[in-house]
Design a protein around this ligand. Sequence first.
Ligand SMILES: Cc1cc2nc3c(=O)[nH]c(=O)nc-3n(C[C@H](O)[C@H](O)[C@H](O)COP(=O)(O)O)c2cc1C
Length: 252
Amino acid sequence: MLFFDEREELGAVSIIGCHGFTVMTGECLHYGDGMNVIDAVNQRISVRQFTNQEVEHDVLRQLVIDASRAPSGGNVQPWRIYVLEKEATDRLRAVIAGNPEMAPPEYDIYPSGLVEPYRTNRFALGEQMYAKLGIPREDKAGRLRQMAKNMQFFDAPASMFCFIDRGMGAPQWSDLGMFLQTFMLLATERGLGTCAQEYWSVQHKAVREFCGAPDNELLFCGMAIGYTDTSAPVNSLVSERMPFDDFAKFVK
Ligand SMILES: Cc1cc2nc3c(=O)[nH]c(=O)nc-3n(C[C@H](O)[C@H](O)[C@H](O)COP(=O)(O)O)c2cc1C
């Protein structure tokens, strides 16, 4: 098992090195038996460049079924999921490319006036990502171009959207997070990369129409799904986490 700092040094390629169960075949990562949960937790990153290798229908279907083992308060299972395979993902990419205009999201992605230390965490992520890509702060166009890759699902061959009934509240929204993280860990176990994308909340009208989602369902986020392009510098980003003492304490 590699530690974070070693992973950082070696770049994204090092995510294949885990317990010796992982072998690399071309651009695709295959995992054998024996990945522990902690391996999946440590290996999962937000992937922002994918290869064009397709993800099998049965794999996507099983991932969604398995992710639905996630807990939810009262077992209400509030997630409403729409999965797009390559053909549908390509069609949606074309729809959005034809009309990339963004609409105000139906929920606040961040609170207005994000306070510290959350503001700094968010800022740091952007700086680290653009540093990996060699895009300086002055290069606004370059940063916008990178941001716009969201609407192409970072070239992922498959995607997913997570909606929730408008009547649901904060507890049920947190249940969505449980579903999504379970999905992403299971995808990691299968050698797949993912990137959750709140970006899609600014394209909620087009996504709703495309998916045929009913009006009572509100779009929370999309997700890009596919095989990680391990040669892409952006995928070597290992985002930072606050130290224990900054967000947790033992109550004596
Ligand atoms: C609900 C959710 C929505 C996100 N939306 C986006 C997004 O629209 N675009 C993007 O590039 N990353 C998005 N991310 C990825 C976060 O930036 C990322 O999880 C965070 O920086 C931590 O990095 P890591 O996932 O590599 O550990 C999202 C993550 C979550 C959980």
